[in-house]
Design a protein around this ligand. Structure first.
Ligand SMILES: Nc1ncnc2c1ncn2[C@@H]1O[C@H](COP(=O)(O)OP(=O)(O)OP(=O)(O)O)[C@@H](O)[C@H]1O
Ligand SMILES: [Mg+2]
Length: 1074
């Protein structure tokens, strides 16, 4: 089917959402948590692939590596490409670089405030005028002819018969400024659109003034910028002197903004924006019609396609990606689970679905990712899209995120959240009756459902969404799913799978000096491949009995290599050992950059560097595990991505944590710590090899000792592990937490309703796996009773039509617990300690408060060094020393412990340990130097950093807890500040810079020293200047910093706008005005 000129195809994807039916799951057998966890259904197999409707793409064979469906685009799209070709990569952010044509943020806010309530017409006019400037008045119908396509300079290849064309020219190469001539190239629909704008004035009132500011701002000479900002600042000064009214401010601001909008604005830029907005309009209109028109790129403006090319280097979709995106179930807004091997390209599909929801359906989206680092990476990666396409990207990780989120007037939000913060976000949306605002929830790594307390939290989140919002659809993806049937039933989802990997991954195992290829057809799972060809001296044999050096030197330094090791210590040992025996020639490879990296790490460590890294980096080798600080990890990751480092010895966390690809992945042993490797872990680790777009081949080698041979045979031949509900095994964080919040959110207020909800969880689906001891309904009954006993729930008698009925209600403490996501096992203790704190909180320093915010779950693993404990205690002021006594740790106890004397007095070890952790945190807050603190306490810097991150997160939970309890009002202000300090733990001046996703302390220091001192400095920075002035900053990183800063600034400004609007809103119930 040929693409029509405007590339608008008809589909039902955007049509009305049919209601989901929820088949009841009947209760059956009972269970013990353990039985549930261990039981194995043997998997449900993979349902047959759903028929794909309406695939208009050129179909190719399944195996086609890199062969994809060319993106369809027609007349308009071709023109758009010409337009965007004009933007070189360097220019990508050019027009957005500054607010220079406009004034301060205040002016923008005031502008909105002024123009909105008073005169939408003026707004419309101004907007219309600035878009129209320089446009021709007439409509040249001749240019409507599609045949003129080739004249535009875009050569379209591909399957034109099927309407799919591919730009052969690299859009980035075309740097010609097409200026006014572009208008001649526009199709009539576009010209008509502009003409209509001029005569009818387009309704721009829906766009915030900030939108206009971003869009209208174009690069301006520095002098102009300076003039304008001084002009405005003097305005402000005189305003404040005169103490003028808000109205006068508004007037000034409006005048300023009016001037700003008539400043020089690139015509190409205007056109781009106008065309983009028209495309979005087309897509939006399509939603309303019954037979749906779809935009040129899966319902999205073709700019989206260009952005994927410019920002990700993705030119065509894989065939499966196209098939998946055009699935009928997605068109009907049904839930979907899709599963493809690692590196199959799952993210792109999710991102296109997200953009459809934000731009076409005009709904907010929640994306749930497993780790803070990945959330930050994603916020960083999607901010560009947000700025270009006009939506907000909000980070919900660690202590970041607002509950409930700010309700945006105009822009839609993409919340990128960890599992925990995603849960809190969903709770807050249900509570405020806004869950329907979420159009789509995307869950990456869906198999996490089966992983401990995080799995339980994810399950609760999804179950609540399913139960409370019929209009929110859920899409989950993973490379490692087995019992898909259970998950489908739970999520009421369709399933799509394909065994596609763009880069072939060859799996090997090594036993002694023989390499075997993993071969599912072979009898024992392996076939002989080759013998290792590397001469080992007797010395080397002793040092490297597992031939790691032989395996590594086959690939490095030309290609990259990861070695997964069972423990942190082993990572360091392997890195050191390899370097000891590596040829000296390895040192000369990218020598200067390696020296720079060492310098960088020294800066991070305030002059210190880990001796192991100092020894290994000159060889291009490093270790990577949680013992490193975040800053160190980031530097090492960046150096590895750039090829400066070619070998990383890492722990399993890297497999799921960050996207660091390799030509060869070596598994040092089939163990993670002392546990034999699970199939899922194995698949995730080897999946780092041969990533698309980076490598054209990939291989994994698992080093096996003879004794483990049979276990490894099982490992490679067995199916992936099943995903089981963790609601019961994680009782206080899972089941009890769920029951409490169900009542708290009034999702279910009777035992029957709670049971009914539970039937719709994964646990409900897997009821048959419960042991015979207790049925689900009995478990519900027990759970509710225990919550009543703990004082978290109560029973209320409700009188209705002379019939009394009992219903459950949440107590204040219960509400505080679920709002703060406090583990119910220590909820009462927390309450007691906070209450006691009210009687005499020592406010001379933050020590006492810090104790109250020290995370309970780190206490059991803490073993104090008594000498250090005493030393730290002695350094405290007299007032601070009383804190120890108040929390139940007498000085005499510490002194006796330090001198090795026996202790008769009964002292609570949990309080003792907790106070020790508080001392570490207190020293950190004072010194803001992880290195010196870890030395002082003789701990790894990674541990210290982890403590800090956990404390920041827990402090924000305690804050939410206190917000629900009136008696704790005093803690609110105190904990807000403390959370902020713990979150950043740097000198105050660096905090505004570190708020930007991905900017860690070391980078913030560099930026600050280079003169970038505020968020606005970063948002308006020129990436090229940043690259020149900041050491070791790539252009890509510079652009990402600028776009993340812009995104954050926009978000903050929008929030202020909301506040202004709310403040100025005329109440409808003013007495005497009826
Ligand atoms: N159509 C495409 N053309 C070229 N490269 C692509 C395409 N789609 C995805 N990629 C690239 O493939 C790489 C792997 O994609 P992605 O991260 O989405 O994999 P994944 O399926 O999520 O794997 P994992 O399960 O390991 O997370 C990325 O670098 C991505 O940019
Ligand atoms: Mg992925």
């Amino acid at each position: 089917m040929a693409e029509p000129p405007l590339a608008v195809r008809r589909r039902s994807r955007l049509g009305s959402a049919p209601k989901r039916s929820r088949p009841p799951v009947g209760p059956s057998a009972a269970c013990s948590p353990l039985a549930l966890k261990r039981a194995n259904t043997g998997g449900e197999g993979v349902p047959a692939q759903r028929p794909v409707r309406g695939g208009t793409g050129k179909r190719k064979g399944d195996g086609g590596v890199q062969e994809g469906v060319c993106w369809g685009f027609g007349w308009l799209q071709k023109n758009l490409i010409v337009i965007y070709c004009n933007d070189s990569e360097e220019d990508m952010f050019g027009d957005y670089n500054s607010f220079c044509e406009d004034d301060s943020l205040l002016a923008q806010v005031l502008d909105t405030e002024h123009t909105r309530p008073q005169d939408a017409e003026t707004d419309v006019k101004a907007a219309g005028e600035f878009v129209l400037e320089g446009l021709p008045s007439g409509i040249d119908q001749r240019k409507q002819d599609n045949s003129s396509a080739s004249e535009t300079g875009v050569i379209c290849g591909g399957d034109t018969e099927h309407g799919f064309q591919t730009p052969e020219n690299d859009p980035l190469d075309n740097k010609e400024d097409l200026g006014d001539s572009l208008l001649d190239e526009l199709p009539s629909s576009q010209l008509l659109y502009f003409a209509e704008m001029r005569t009818k004035k387009i309704d721009m009132s829906k766009c915030s003034s900030l939108d206009k500011i971003w869009r209208a701002s174009s690069p301006c000479p520095d002098s102009e910028h300076k003039n304008r900002s001084t002009e405005f600042s003097s305005d402000l000064k005189s305003d404040s002197c005169k103490n003028t009214s808000l109205k006068d401010h508004l007037k000034n601001a409006l005048t300023e903004n009016a001037k700003a909008q008539t400043l020089k604005v690139s015509k190409t830029k205007q056109l781009k924006e106008a065309i983009l907005s028209e495309e979005i309009c087309v897509a939006r209109k399509a939603i309303g019609s019954s037979s749906v028109d779809i935009g040129p790129f899966y319902g999205l403006p073709s700019k989206v396609k260009d952005l994927f090319w410019q920002l990700r280097g993705i030119e065509t979709l894989y065939e499966w990606q196209h098939d998946c995106l055009t699935l009928e179930c997605l068109q009907q807004r049904k839930n979907l689970i899709y599963s493809l091997p690692t590196s199959g390209g799952k993210t792109l599909v999710a991102e296109i679905l997200i953009l459809q929801e934000l731009l076409c359906m005009q709904k907010d989206v929640l994306m749930i990712l497993p780790y803070v680092a990945i959330v930050q990476e994603k916020v960083w990666g999607l901010s560009n899209f947000g700025i270009e396409l006009g939506f907000l990207v909000e980070e919900y990780a660690g202590s970041k995120g607002r509950f409930p989120p700010i309700k945006r007037r105009c822009k839609k939000s993409l919340y990128i959240a960890t599992i925990e913060k995603g849960h809190m976000l969903v709770n807050s949306l249900i509570e405020t009756d806004r869950i329907g605002d979420l159009g789509l929830v995307v869950v990456d790594e869906l198999h996490m459902l089966g992983e401990g307390s995080r799995g339980a939290t994810l399950e609760m989140t999804l179950a609540k969404i399913l139960y409370t919002s019929k209009s929110t659809h859920i899409v989950g993806m993973s490379a490692t799913l087995n019992n898909v049937g259970d998950l489908q039933k739970f999520l009421q989802a369709e399933y799509y799978t394909k065994n596609f990997r763009p880069v072939e991954l060859k799996e090997y195992i090594k036993i002694r000096d023989t390499i075997y290829e993993v071969d599912s057809k072979a009898e024992n799972g392996f076939t002989f491949s080759r013998l290792l060809n590397f001469k080992y001296s007797s010395n080397l044999k002793k040092a490297d009995p597992d031939h790691i050096i032989a395996l590594v030197t086959e690939v490095i330094p030309k290609y990259s290599c990861l070695i997964f090791c069972p423990t942190k210590k082993n990572c360091e040992n392997v890195a050191s050992m390899v370097c000891k025996y590596l040829n000296k020639e390895f040192r000369s490879h990218r020598e200067k950059e390696k020296q720079d990296l060492i310098k960088d790490l020294k800066n991070i460590g305030n002059g210190s560097i880990c001796p192991v890294l100092k020894q290994t980096i000159p060889f291009g080798v490093a270790y990577h595990h949680s013992g490193l600080t975040n800053d160190e990890r980031k530097s090492i990751e960046e150096a590895y991505s750039r090829g400066v480092l070619c070998l990383l010895a890492c722990t399993a966390t890297l497999a799921a944590g960050v996207n660091l690809p390799a030509r060869r992945v070596i598994l040092r042993a089939p163990y993670v710590a002392n546990d034999f490797l699970k199939k899922n872990q194995y698949k995730q680790m080897i999946g780092r090899a041969g990533r698309a777009g980076i490598d054209n081949a990939g291989e994994s080698i698992l080093i096996v000792q003879e004794k483990d041979k049979h276990l490894v045979q099982d490992l490679v031949t067995s199916p992936l592990e099943n995903c089981y509900s963790n609601l019961l095994p994680e009782f206080t964080k899972g089941m009890q937490n769920l029951l409490l919040s169900l009542v708290g959110l009034r999702i279910a207020v009777t035992q029957e309703e709670v049971y009914n909800f539970l039937c719709h969880t994964l646990l409900g689906v897997q009821q048959q796996l419960l042991s015979k001891e207790k049925s689900l309904s009995e478990l519900v009954k027990d759970g509710l009773e225990s919550l009543i006993e703990k004082g978290l729930l109560t029973v209320k008698i409700m009188e209705k039509d002379q019939n009394s009925k009992t219903a459950l209600a949440i107590t204040r403490l219960g509400k505080a617990a679920y709002k703060g996501s406090i583990d119910l096992s220590y909820c009462n203790l927390l309450y007691k300690e906070l209450k006691k704190g009210l009687e005499g909180l020592v406010l001379e320093s933050s020590l006492h408060l810090l104790y109250l915010a020290t995370p309970y779950d780190m206490v059991s693993n803490c073993s104090p060094n008594w000498m250090i404990y005493l030393r730290q205690f002695n350094q405290l002021s007299a007032a601070e020393q009383t804190v120890a006594d108040m929390v139940g740790v007498p000085e005499s106890f510490i002194a006796k412990k330090a001198s090795g004397q026996a202790i008769r007095k009964n002292v609570d070890s949990a309080s003792v340990n907790r106070l020790y952790l508080t001392f570490i945190l207190y020293t950190l807050l004072k010194e803001t130097n992880i290195w010196s603190v870890s030395e002082k306490f003789n701990l790894s810097r990674g541990y210290v950093q982890n403590l800090l991150t956990s404390a920041a997160s827990f402090a924000s939970c305690v804050l939410h807890f206190c917000e629900e309890l009136e008696e704790f009002w005093v803690y609110k202000a105190l904990l807000t500040e403390l959370t902020k300090h713990l979150t950043y733990c740097v000198k105050t001046e660096l905090i505004p810079l570190m708020e930007v996703a991905g900017v860690l302390e070391a980078r913030a220091k560099q930026l600050y020293n280079a003169g970038y001192k505020t968020l606005a400095h970063l948002a308006n920075a020129n990436p090229e200047t940043l690259v020149k002035t900041i050491e070791h900053l790539s252009r890509r990183q510079a652009k990402q910093i600028v776009s993340s800063a812009k995104m954050l600034l926009t978000e903050k400004a929008e929030a202020l706008q909301e506040e202004v609007e709310l403040l100025l809103k005329v109440p409808t119930d003013i007495p005497g005005t009826s």
